[in-house]
Design a protein around this ligand. Structure first.
Ligand code: PLP
Length: 407
């Protein structure tokens, strides 16, 4: 692939045009098994001495094309496409941490990652601790002799906390452990953790990378050694491969990633500013707002502020439910990064499995909502938010609540 092209060009084009004809859209190659010229060649390919595709669980030509692009867009050495973001996260952790070893994890993370760490990882003897990764000293002192990796999400889900990747990578290097970063909320368009010193990047490509809400997929990007280990020893054996059909859809979605991400960011900023001024809104979490605790850091390590806005309503659970139920355009749903604006209530949806006391220590209150701002006209999104917020204000608000809602 052309090394001098810019992001959008790499995302759209395959390679320099030749005089021969070739398909512009990537072909879908669904074949499971691949033929060898000789039995000796079969042995060489299977042993890895000669590069080649041999069986669908260990690689596919359409998926390989996509992996090449993701590797380049994340500025990595190699990448592997997997069946979901959770397949990517669990594979990366299993590749780096084993029985009797310890993982250090930032304190607010996606609920599925929390589930994996609290339920499945202990069955394999993997120990972990949560640590506030905005505090470098706390991270340093939480590293144990058997700590084998540091895992962070930035911005985090759902509170949009930003951690300093340069600082954390320096701490990790000092301790000779790899830094793994979940870059889902940013996409490779807005942040490249490997360029900031991280060792491994994981993505839920279900979100912005595909961008159309019709594929579950994940990626791990890192050194050739780690990616080959995941391909052969984890994903291949567990059967977590990304199939050719889904890889094709992602290759198509990637072509518009640049313009999609720009629009997501522009719309999210407008909506965050709108929500800041509404009397029913207690707090808005958006790294692009000057009052965000890591606003300056966000400006240094991210190309823009992303499409997710979280906010807390005054009142709590009842107000959050009433508000969501009055929305007419915005869809109540789990995912994020789609063209449609989606809203979810972390306490009862994505982070439901975290016990309430623990959830509250992470800052995920009953009144917190997470909005994945879509690509619709932002004035329509704001009008919908406005009518639902005003509906909650007007409905059943007694004198006490009126006092509470007035700023
Ligand atoms: N990482 C983050 C930050 C997420 O928000 C999600 C899902 O919402 C995942 C990982 C898991 O992705 P998937 O649903 O593709 O397994």
């Amino acid at each position: 692939m052309n090394q001098t092209w810019q992001f959008d060009t790499i995302a759209i084009h395959d390679e320099n045009h030749s005089h021969q004809t070739k398909p512009i859209a990537q072909p879908i190659i669904p074949a499971v098994a691949y033929a060898f010229s000789t039995s000796e060649m079969a042995a060489l390919v299977v042993s890895g001495e000669v590069e080649g595709t041999f069986y669908g669980r260990y690689g596919n030509p359409t998926t390989s094309k996509l992996e090449e692009k993701i590797t380049q867009l994340e500025a990595g050495e190699a990448s592997i496409g997997l069946s979901s973001g959770m397949a990517a996260i669990s594979s990366a952790i299993l590749a780096l941490v084993q029985t009797g070893e310890h993982l250090l994890v930032t304190k607010d993370i996606y609920g599925g990652t929390y589930n994996f760490l609290t339920h499945l990882a202990p069955r394999f003897g993997i120990d972990f601790d949560f640590v506030d990764c905005t505090d470098g000293e706390a991270v340093q002192s939480a590293i144990k002799d058997n700590t084998k990796a540091l895992y962070v999400e930035t911005p985090s889900n759902p509170l949009l906390t930003i951690v300093d990747l340069r600082k954390l990578s320096a701490i990790a290097k000092e301790a000779s452990i790899p830094l793994i970063v979940d870059n889902t909320f940013m996409s490779p368009y807005l942040q490249n953790p490997l360029c900031l010193g991280a060792d491994v990047v994981v993505h839920s490509a279900t979100k912005y990378i595909n961008g159309h809400g019709d594929v579950l997929a994940g990626f791990v990007v890192g050194s050739k050694r780690i990616i080959e280990f995941i391909r052969k020893r984890i994903a291949g054996d567990l059967g977590q491969h990304l199939n050719a059909w889904d890889a094709f859809l992602i290759l198509r979605g990637l072509k518009t990633m640049g313009i999609r991400m720009k629009a997501h960011c522009q719309h999210a900023k407008q909506i965050a500013e709108y929500l800041m001024d509404h009397p029913l809104v207690e707090h808005v979490f958006y790294p692009g707002l000057a009052n965000h605790p890591q606003h300056q850091l966000a400006k240094q390590q991210m190309n823009d502020m992303g499409g997710i806005v979280s906010f807390e309503l005054k009142g709590g659970l009842k107000q959050a439910n009433d508000f969501m139920n009055q929305l007419k355009l915005i869809i109540i749903s789990f995912s994020l990064g789609d063209p449609e604006t989606l809203i979810q209530h972390p306490a009862s949806m994505t982070h439901f499995s975290i016990p309430k006391e623990e959830r509250l220590t992470f800052g995920i209150s009953d009144g917190l909502l997470r909005l994945s701002v879509g690509l619709e006209d932002p004035s329509d999104i704001i009008n919908d938010l406005e009518q639902a917020l005003n509906g909650v204000m007007e409905e059943g608000v007694g004198d006490e609540e009126k006092k509470m809602f007035s700023k």
